[in-house]
Write a protein that binds this ligand. Structure first.
Ligand SMILES: [Zn+2]
Length: 81
């Protein structure tokens, strides 16, 4: 017999947190890539949202500089055409 978990992935009734929201859609977690049952645009499973070991600190100045450089490269290449 196929269980509900096979159809929708992991199920949780925990309150919303970060990208996790309970619901009836089959979603895929951006962090662990597991299927889970959640709200239509939920991006991560309850396991990951409630995993306090995951680093959720905001990007550093270095991260932002690297990101801006990457965007400049993309835009620069686009403008050369
Ligand atoms: Zn996950």
């Amino acid at each position: 017999m196929i269980s509900t978990e096979d159809l929708f992935g992991k199920i949780s009734n925990l309150p919303p947190k970060y990208g996790w929201q309970a619901g009836g859609y089959s979603c895929r977690c951006i962090r662990c890539n597991d299927r889970f049952q959640g709200r239509k645009r939920a991006s991560e499973c309850a396991d990951c949202a409630y995993d306090e070991t995951i680093d959720r600190s905001p990007p550093t100045k270095e991260d932002l500089e690297l990101w801006n450089k990457m965007l400049d490269d993309i835009i620069g290449k686009h403008n050369e055409k």
